[in-house]
Design a protein. Sequence first.
Lengths: 324, 147, 346
Amino acid sequence: MQELITRAKELLADGTVVRVLGWKAGDLSYNPEAAYFETAESLDEFVYNGFCGQNLSKMMIEASKLEGKTLVCLKPCDTYSFNQLIKEHRVDREKAYIIGVGCKGKLNVEKLREMGIKGIKSISGAELTDACEELHISTIYGDKTVAYKEAMLERCHVCKGKEHMIYDEIIGESKDTKDADRFAEVEKIEKMSPEERFAFFQKELSKCIRCNACRNACPACSCRKCVFDSTKFDSAQKANVDSFEEKMFHIIRAFHVAGRCTDCGECSRVCPQGIPLHLFNRKFIKDIDTFYGEYQAGADDQSKGPLTSFTFDDVEPGVVAERG
Amino acid sequence: MSIEAKEEFRPKIVAFCCNWCSYAGADLAGSSRLSYPADVKIIRVPCSCRVNPMFILRAFEKGADGVIMCGCHPGDCHYTTGNYYARRRMTLLFSMLDFIGVENGRTRVEWVSAAEGVKFSQTMNEFVEKIYSLGKNVRLEDLRCRN
Amino acid sequence: MYKIEKENLEALFRKIAESQDLILPIKKAGQTNFGLWNEGEEADLDTLKTVKSGKDAFFPQSETLYTCVRDGKKLTVEPEELRSSPFVVFGMKACDVKGMEVLDKVFLADPIDTFYAARRDHGTIVAMACHEPEESCFCKVFGTDAADPAADVAVWMVEGTLYWKAISEKGQALTEAVKDLLTDADASDEAKVSAEKEAIHNIVEQLPYTHLSLEGWDGNATDEKFNSPVWETLYKPCLACGTCTFVCPTCQCYDIKDYDTGHGVKRYRCWDSCMYSDFTMMAHGNNRTSQMQRFRQRFMHKLVYFPANNNGMYSCVGCGRCVEKCPSSLNIVKVIKAFEKHGGEK
């Protein structure tokens, strides 16, 4: 982290960048927030640790509109989103100075709460200075030690790898934290009967409170005006009336990012109700891989997306019914 | 299914037909006096590619029991490539609907040319039959639209 | 005071549910929220904070106000009936109950919101003391006592026994109705409850936010706070989602819309969020056009405008749900602290 701060100060001083987009220390041990830093002094508050999970690529859409270059800290998986945004002309590569920051898996405080850990006073082991094996948590109700892995975000268990797809320089070490198959959950659901699948999604989606956090956090959801925000649209985004609205919202949300979703997992990270929203995106990714060949959105900034291209002998939609 | 039950349940079916091929095909079916059930309501769209996934969900929301999309045969699109894009989109959408547990017979895509009045009527008859066997759509309807 | 063993709670729920609706924290797909209890449902009284507060029992996220039905040339308008049957909300916390006080100020002031008033009249709140307050809690800052909830019935869970104390008339009526299942508490039980209260107070003192200062935040601070440059940097990470407003026990803004059913219209109201771009949208457009303004609105409302109109009562109760749930780790505490830090700057 110190190396990052020193480098950021240098780049600010020599005028390469006019601001730094990173994280600011929070007031609890696990809640740093995204922040802009414009002076060397303000960088004293800069922090980068295991709780800096937010994908800052999306904030670069706004930062691209500002005067001058922005230094942005991107983790390996964030760089996929950034590439995708370049492809869609939503960010300006020239306006960004990308420091690829090391990542050893990001943490989810909700996972700790699920383990029954509460009254957290401090957490050590999330500083990324060591191998990130253990977290030591001191709480009002006693001290706890948990494996770093156990507290990781779902997306880190299916890590896309420790390579940054786009960067100007890299600071810090990364670790591939993959220990599960990306499509395992999707496959498990596919094997259920339609009734079971319906019941599963009904249960999960009925928790939705229509807060739109999934949409607003998503780097692929970059429309200036979302169809669900349109006041001319006859069904309001805010109505949490019955189960249909949520299904409609989540299917359409996932569909609108199909072929563009890099599977960064922000949707599931931000959901206040813990809905596994990545399942929708992964189902589309899996189908795209099966039907049209493997494709990883954001692996480059040039290739055509699967829904903006076609071949003459694509499968017919009837394949779904035949598959049974 | 018994005949009585059939009489009770009248499915609502929405058919999105492209202006250049399938709608003309439906016209031909009409002028050749080929019959297809009156449960099918046709919505004319400029191209099958115009069909937004939201249209299909919206139809189900408002009480449709089945949705079918018809367009020009691949290669014959009036706008050259529209139906190729539509084909990919519908494949993914249908797969997603299947994934969340909606019976997969409720959605269908069929390519019908302007000369295929017979195919149009056959397709519609088949589809209506299928929806009869599946019964009312309860998994994707909006309860507010009932009564 | 009465008591009941934890393992008999199911029988208590069954008894209450016989004669009225029972709403309590239910665990569903890993998350605990207030919901209607039915036989076999998993009641979860151990989770300190439900994701949403219990306010939806009185002010649902979405409710139909009336329905128009068109049948040929005939048009009928059917108003929605007001709540006329009693119900019990079990397991709210002291902060949630305080949140209801805030809502009362809004909905029971003239003009009275009849939908809300009917639910308030028919609802009995059984509130539970917070056995183990968490680091995100700061109810003491707003004068709430986590150990002694001010509801119709207050309950304490101590070592597998639930202690039950009726406070209001409604609470006494409920106590009468379930008396068969309760046993009288003796002096030693009273002592246990007192000890529990003291333990809770001790924990509350140790919480990181407990000594947050509200100095400078009151109904007279409008100009100073509104024009502060602090907002400009503070709002930056805000995603403009509605999480904070929807999990908040005091947020009360709503929108009224029409839903086209294909053969009529359902007019409904649903929670709105000041974080949304179409909040307070009018024919001429929107009077808050940037996210900074929308973000500022939320906190100014809670800490300045509301106290200005309600004898100094803040519309924040310190439940800490926004602290836990904000996807960008922003929250009202950070706002208060930011102003404290930049207090001298203008």
